[in-house]
Design a binder for this molecule. Sequence first.
Ligand SMILES: *Cc1c(COP(=O)(O)O)cnc(C)c1O
Length: 397
Amino acid sequence: MIAPVLPTYARADVSFERGEGAWLTSTDGKKYLDFGSGVAVNALGHAHPALVKALTEQAQKLWHVSNLYKIPEGEKLAKRLIEHSFADTAFFQNSGAEAMECSIKMARKYHAVSGHPERNQIITFDGAFHGRTLATIAATGNEKYLEGFGPRMPGFVQVKFGDLGAVKQAITPETAAIIIEPIQGEGGIRVPPPGFLRNLRELCDLNGLLLIFDEVQTGVGRTGKLFAYEWSGISPDIMAVAKGIGGGFPLGICLATAEAGKGMTAGTHGSTFGGNPLAMAVANAVLDEVLAPGFLERVQQMSLFAKQRLAELKDTHKAIIAEVRGEGLLLGIKTLVPNGDFVKAAIGEGLLTVAAGENVVRLLPPLIVTEVEINEAITKMSAACRKLEAATTKGAA
Ligand SMILES: *Cc1c(COP(=O)(O)O)cnc(C)c1O
C-alpha cells in the first residue's frame, strides 16, 4: 500500500512539534539544534517574534486578493528589493522552482521581443539544482531527476562547473542565457573558481546573453551579504530568490533589470497565489531584520567563528572529515564516511544537518545563530564523529 504522503522523500524518523530560534522540540519531547533551517528557509530561526507578529497581524486583516488588484505590501517589498539589489523589477511566486521558471521564460521572451526567437537555448552547469518542475529538472540536468518523466524539455545544454572554455564552446547563435548558482547548494556547497562569475558576465556582454543567477539558496543574507552576487563585483540580469526570503512562509521571487524584463508585458505570466498579502507581510518583516544595521556583519562574524571551529573539528577527526567548504553560513563538510551516515549520527546527538552532492554534509544554521550554539553544534558533531570512528574501526577489525 502506498504511504498516505507520496513517498518521494526518504524521511528521517523524527517529527517536530515546535521551534524557537535555532532549536526544535520533537513530538517525543527531545531538543534538536537546527543547523538545516528547513534547507536554508528558516533564515531567522523558528518563531521569530517579528515574523510571528507580521504574519498574525496580516492574518487578521487580509490573506488573499489576487493579482487582479494592486497589492501595496507587494509593491513595498518590490521597491525595497530593487533598492537593495541590481534589479528594477520583481515578480512574486511561491517557490524556488517557480522563480526559476519565470527567469527562464523571461530570458527566452527577451530575445523573442528583441527579434531573435531562435535564441532560446540556455547554458547550465553540472552539479546544479534549479527545482523539480519539468523545465527546471531539464535545467538541472541530473539524470536521476529526469528519468521516467518523458521527453526532456529542450533548450538546455550543460557544461562543467567552473570551466570557462567549455562555456565559450557551448555558445551558439541560439544561446539565450547562462544560469548559475553563485555557490552550488544541493551540488555540495561548490564555490566557483575565483573570477568565474565575472568571466561569465563578460562572456554574456560580449555575446548578448542574459546572465541568470539562481540565488534561491544563497540569497537573503546566507553568505553574509544580502545576495551572494555582491561578493563577485558583478551583477546578473535576472535572479531567482526564494527559501530564506519568506523565513518559512512560501515565497519565490524573480528579480530583473528593466531591459531583461522588457518582454514580460500584461498577460505573459501569472500566479494565483504569488505575492499574496500574507507572504508579502512576512517577507517585509524578514527584510527589516536582515537589513538592520549590523545584521549581515554579524553573519560574517559567525561564519568566521564556525569555519575556525570546523577546521579544528576536521583536524581532530581526520578519518571522518576530509574538507570544510563554503561561505557565510552556507557551509559544507565533505565526509570520508557516507554523508547520510554522518547526518544520521548527528541526529542521534540532537543536531540537524542536510546531505548534499559530492558526499557533503551541509550546515545551514539560522542567520541568528550564536557562538554558544555553534560551539554546541561542534560538540555534537565531535560526539557523532567519535561514534562513526568507533563503527569504522569495528567494521575494519
Ligand atoms: C531549493 C532550490 C531550488 C528549488 O526551490 P523549491 O522552492 O524547492 O522549488 C532552486 N534552486 C536552488 C539553488 C535551490 O537551492
